[in-house]
Design a protein around this ligand. Structure first.
Ligand SMILES: [Zn+2]
Length: 392
């Protein structure tokens, strides 16, 4: 019997683009996949019924270790039976390690070999996050995919800075692996559940490749991360200030060198264009706050590019947000109505715009998967990108 915490099978490939099936102990996930971000145990503005519906059908969502550790706290979630039970979500959960959040605190944090000391952004109390603490919190949350604790160098980091950061990340990767293995072998039962057939009830652990925009460092980071050994591999530290073309180049060079039989995850990226460019370069998993966060400021993605619903030109526009969109918001409501909700500050505006945006991101990946299976991804990508630049 296979005792792996997840299985991954590629069933179609076109160029570097791959279509596959990832099975965790809780759900079957078709890849390439977009994972909605549920930072504080909620994908903001979306009910879980909607995420599970045939329309959105999100098979895996994210949660954020840093935020949930601060509030309500790992002990609270453990006492409530783990994050799946706490938020009542039966499908897969991926938790990030908190590394990126503490890195983002800038002057509020101090990084040492042991970990990161920082002040809580909520009440200013002193906190300390390390590879060991991150693994312990993620075990208490009981997510299906756990991320190793890493340090992120800025996008424009010079070679020396990027190397120092990468070396630290590798040492933290080994410590993450060691503590994770101890926890999986111990009394950690908050995340246990009846496993999917052929899979163990354990959590899976993903490694993170760093090295900023320096290809030699990226390749070294990848080789040494694979040496430690993980269930999947992520590219971290991209879309953090470097030029887009540079990011695509790094993905193009590094992704094909990542283990073929393991899922490849591009963390925190990106726009619909980035998703298609990432898929074309061999990425299987994506997450990003854009569709949910930007919906709350009125920004909407359509097949013909972005629009902002607060724009006066939509005052009496009786068309849907996106005339080619099949989502329930576009089938029912006009731009004029959605604009009215937005400018009057009605909460329904955020809910409806988020729903449409999430549908758009999930649907573009659904169509990418179909295109790869039909060996039409190259054409699909170019037609979709051309249409996006046409303008609303
Ligand atoms: Zn729509």
């Amino acid at each position: 019997m296979n005792s792996s915490p997840l299985s991954f099978h590629i069933h179609a490939q076109e160029g570097q683009a791959r279509a596959g099936v990832l099975r965790t102990r809780r759900s079957v996930i078709e890849t390439p996949v977009f994972m909605p971000v549920g930072t504080l145990g909620t994908v903001k503005g979306v009910r879980f019924e909607a995420l599970e519906s045939e329309e959105l059908d999100a098979r895996i969502i994210l949660a954020n270790t840093y935020h949930l550790w601060l509030r309500p706290g790992a002990d609270v979630i453990r006492a409530c039976g783990g994050l799946h039970r706490f938020e009542s979500w039966g499908r897969s959960l991926l938790t990030d390690s908190g590394g990126f959040q503490v890195w983002s605190l800038g002057a509020l944090r101090k990084i040492t070999e042991a970990g990161v000391a920082f002040r809580s952004h909520i009440d200013g109390r002193a906190c300390f996050l390390s590879p060991e603490v991150s693994m312990e919190v993620q075990a208490a949350l009981g997510s299906d995919i756990v991320m190793m604790f890493d340090e992120c160098a800025p996008g424009q980091a010079d070679h020396e800075t990027a190397r120092t950061s990468m070396d630290l990340t590798l040492r933290w990767g080994s410590r993450s692996r060691a503590r994770f293995d101890e926890l999986q072998g111990g009394e950690q039962d908050s995340g246990r559940c009846a496993p999917t057939e052929g899979l163990s009830g354990a959590q899976a652990l993903f490694g993170i490749v760093q090295g900023a925009t320096h290809l030699d460092l990226r390749k070294e980071s990848l080789a040494r991360t694979v040496e430690i050994g993980f269930d999947g591999y992520a590219l971290g530290g991209l879309s953090v200030g470097e030029e887009k073309r540079v990011m695509y180049d790094v993905i193009e060079e590094v992704a094909p060198m990542m283990p073929v039989e393991r899922p490849r995850y591009l963390m925190g990226v990106g726009t619909p264009e980035d998703l298609l460019e990432g898929v074309a370069r061999g990425i299987d998993m994506f997450d990003c706050v854009l569709p949910t966060r930007n919906a709350r400021s009125g920004q909407v993605w359509t097949a013909r590019g972005k629009l902002n619903i607060k724009n006066a030109r939509f005052l009496i526009d009786t068309r849907p947000l996106d005339e080619s969109c099949a989502c329930s918001v576009c089938r029912r409501h006009t731009r004029a109505y959605l604009r009215h909700l937005y400018v009057t500050g009605e909460m329904l505006a955020s809910i409806l715009l988020t729903h449409h945006n999430l549908f758009y991101f999930l649907d573009i990946m659904r169509r990418a998967r179909q295109a790869i299976a039909l060996n039409e991804f190259h054409r699909f990508r170019h037609e979709t990108l051309d249409m996006m630049s046409a303008g609303v």
